[in-house]
Design a protein. Structure first.
Lengths: 279, 278
C-alpha cells in the first residue's frame, strides 16, 4: 500500500492525528481534569496517613529518610511523573483499542499513513497533555512553596521530555498487546499501579527489596522522578546528573525500537488471523 | 406502561428468583473474563503495598506501635474496597448495560430492576470478600500478623449498616449514570474524596478543622468509625450509643433516598428518551 512520504506529507499527517487527539481532550475535559486533581488527592492522602503514623514528628521522620522536609514538593514531583505515565499508557496503548471498539480501526489502518507515524501522532498529543499537567501540577506546587525555583522547574521539565521518549516506546509495546489480547482496562490499571509502585512515586526506590530495585532500574520514570527531586530539592543540575541522563537516552533507543517491533509483529499476526476488528 | 417496576415482581419468591438470576448472570460474566479476576487479585494487594510504602517514610525510626498502624490501614483498605463496590459495582451497573447496548432489554424484562442491580451488588460483595480474604492471607504470609477483631458481632452489624447505606448511595449513582455520560470523572473524584474525607485510612482528627466539618457531615465517616471501633476498640467520634442510633437512621434514609432518586431519574430518562444514549 502506498503511504504518505516526504517531510511535508508526514508533518501534515502528524498534525491531523495530533489535532484529532486534542479535540478529543477538549470535548471530554473531565479526563484531563482528573489528571490534574489526582496528584493533589494522592499527596493529601499519603500525607494524612503519614501524619497519623508519625504524629508531630512526621515531617522530621520523612526528612530523615529522604533528605528533605519539603514533603509536598517531593510527593507532587512523583505524582506528576506518575500521571504522565498514566496518560501515555491510557492513550497510546488504549487508543487503538478505542478505535477497534468504535469500529474505526480499519479506516485508520487503511489510511495512507504508516503505523509509526500514527503512533508518533498519538504521542504528540500526549506531549502537549503531559506538558500541561506538569506545568499546572508542579508549577502551582512550586509557586506556592518555592517561588524562586523556576530554573529548577525548567530543568525538571527537560528531564521529563527526555523520559517521555522511552515511555512512548513502552506505550507502543502495550498498544501491540492490547490489539492482541483486547480487554485493555484491567491491563492498564495494573500497569499504572505497577509503575507507581516500582518507580518511587511516593518514596525512594532504595527502600524496595534489591530485586525490585533491579526492575525499577529498567523503567524510565524511576530516573525522571529521582532526577527531578535532585534538581528541585537538592539544587543539582542536568549536567551533574549526566550519568542517569545517559541511561535515559539509552532507554530512549531501546524501548521505542523494541516497542515498535513488537507492535508490528502483533499487528501483522492480527491482520493474518482476522483479529484486528474483533470487538 | 406507567409503573416503574413490573407487576410480575409482587411476591417474595419471585423477587428471590430475580435476585438469584441477576447474581448468577453477573457471576458468569465475571468468571468469563479471567482478566478481571487476575486484575483484582494483583491490583488489590498492590494498592495496599503501594500506599503503605509511601506512609512508612513518616513512621518513627524506632517504631513500637507498628502493629496497630498496620491493622488500622488494613481496615482502611477494606473500607475502600467496600466503597468501590458502591461506586463501580452498584453505581456502574446501569452504565455497563448502556455501553453493552443491553439496557433496553434489561429494563423491558418482566423483572424489578432494583433487584437486578442489587444482584450485581451481591456478586461484587461476594468476590470482594474473597479478595479481602486472599489479601489478608497474603499480608499475613508477608509478615503483617493476624488482624484483631475484638467485637465480631458489632462489626458485622456495623458492616450491615455500611452496606445498607452503600446500596442507597450506589442506587443514587446508578441513577446519575442515566443523566451523566462522563461517569468516570465523577466516580473517581467521589472515590478519592471518600478516601481522604471519611477517615478510612487515617482518623478524622488528622484533618484540619474547616475540612473536618465536611468529614463529619458524611455518613460513611460514622459507619467506618463504628466498624473500626468494633474491630480495634478505637474511640468513637460521638458517644457510642448515639453513633449507632444515628447510623441506623442515616443508613436507611440513604437507602430510601437512593431508591426514590433512582426511580425518579429513570422515569425522567424514559420520558426524554435518554435511557440508552451511549
Amino acid at each position: 500500500m502506498r503511504t504518505v512520504t516526504g517531510i511535508r506529507g508526514t508533518i501534515n499527517a502528524l498534525a491531523a492525528i495530533f489535532w484529532k487527539g486534542m479535540k478529543h481532550y477538549t470535548r471530554y475535559p473531565g479526563g484531563f481534569l482528573l489528571y490534574l486533581i489526582l496528584p493533589f488527592l494522592f499527596t493529601i492522602l499519603i500525607f494524612g496517613m503519614g501524619r497519623f503514623i508519625g504524629g508531630g514528628n512526621a515531617t522530621l521522620n520523612f526528612a530523615a529518610r529522604t533528605g528533605t522536609t519539603n514533603v509536598l514538593v517531593y510527593e507532587m514531583l512523583g505524582s506528576a511523573v506518575w500521571m504522565t505515565g498514566w496518560v501515555v499508557v491510557d492513550d497510546v496503548a488504549v487508543a487503538l483499542r478505542d478505535e477497534q471498539m468504535k469500529g474505526t480501526l480499519e479506516q485508520n489502518f487503511l489510511a495512507p499513513v504508516n503505523r509509526f507515524t500514527l503512533l508518533v501522532g498519538i504521542s504528540l498529543t500526549d506531549i502537549a497533555i503531559t506538558t500541561s499537567i506538569f506545568f499546572i501540577v508542579v508549577g502551582v506546587t512550586l509557586a506556592l512553596t518555592m517561588p524562586g525555583a523556576y530554573l529548577g522547574l525548567i530543568q525538571a521539565f527537560l528531564m521529563l521530555l527526555i523520559g517521555l521518549i522511552p515511555l512512548f516506546g513502552i506505550g507502543f509495546l502495550f498498544a501491540g498487546f492490547v490489539i492482541k489480547f483486547k480487554e485493555p482496562y484491567v491491563f492498564t490499571q495494573m500497569v499504572n499501579l505497577i509503575f507507581g509502585a516500582l518507580t518511587g512515586t511516593y518514596y525512594p526506590v532504595t527502600i524496595l527489596p534489591y530485586w525490585v530495585q533491579f526492575l525499577s532500574g529498567a523503567l524510565p520514570q524511576t530516573y525522571v522522578i529521582s532526577n527531578m527531586r535532585q534538581i528541585v530539592l537538592a539544587n543539582q543540575t542536568l549536567v551533574s546528573l549526566y550519568g542517569s541522563i545517559f541511561i535515559l537516552l539509552a532507554l530512549a533507543l531501546v524501548y521505542p525500537t523494541i516497542g515498535y517491533a513488537v507492535f508490528k509483529k502483533l499487528e501483522r499476526n492480527a491482520s493474518v488471523t482476522g483479529e484486528l476488528s474483533k470487538y | 406502561m406507567s409503573q416503574v417496576n413490573s407487576l410480575s415482581t409482587d411476591t417474595l419468591s419471585r423477587l428471590t428468583e430475580e435476585f438469584k438470576a441477576a447474581f448468577m448472570k453477573d457471576l458468569r460474566s465475571y468468571i468469563r473474563q479471567p482478566a478481571w479476576l487476575l486484575g483484582d487479585l494483583v491490583s488489590t494487594p498492590l494498592w495496599f503495598f503501594f500506599l503503605a510504602l509511601g506512609v512508612t517514610l513518616f513512621a518513627p525510626t524506632t517504631q513500637t506501635s507498628e502493629y496497630q498502624g498496620f491493622s488500622f490501614f488494613f481496615f482502611g483498605f477494606i473500607f475502600i474496597v467496600l466503597f468501590s463496590t458502591a461506586i463501580w459495582g452498584t453505581g456502574q451497573s446501569v452504565r455497563n448495560e448502556q455501553m453493552a447496548g443491553t439496557l433496553e432489554q434489561f429494563f423491558l424484562a418482566p423483572a424489578n430492576r432494583l433487584t437486578l442491580i442489587i444482584g450485581r451488588w451481591a456478586r461484587i460483595f461476594v468476590t470482594d470478600a474473597l479478595i479481602i480474604g486472599y489479601t489478608t492471607i497474603l499480608l499475613y504470609v508477608f509478615g503483617g500478623g493476624p488482624l484483631p477483631l475484638y467485637e465480631p458481632a458489632l462489626f458485622v452489624f456495623a458492616l450491615g449498616l455500611y452496606e445498607v447505606g452503600s446500596i442507597g448511595f450506589g442506587l443514587l449513582f446508578a441513577g446519575l449514570t442515566m443523566k451523566l455520560k462522563s461517569y468516570n470523572t465523577l466516580s473517581n473524584l467521589v472515590f478519592f474524596s471518600y478516601m481522604i474525607l471519611t477517615g478510612a485510612l487515617f482518623p478524622v482528627t488528622v484533618i484540619p478543622m474547616p475540612f473536618r466539618y465536611v468529614s463529619l457531615a458524611i455518613p460513611f465517616t460514622y459507619f467506618i468509625d463504628l466498624m473500626r471501633r468494633a474491630a480495634l476498640l478505637t474511640p468513637t467520634i460521638l458517644p457510642e450509643f448515639l453513633e449507632y442510633m444515628a447510623s441506623i437512621l442515616v443508613a436507611f434514609a440513604m437507602l430510601l433516598v437512593g431508591f426514590i432518586t433512582f426511580n425518579w431519574i429513570e422515569q425522567d430518562a424514559r420520558a426524554r428518551g435518554s435511557i440508552a444514549t451511549n
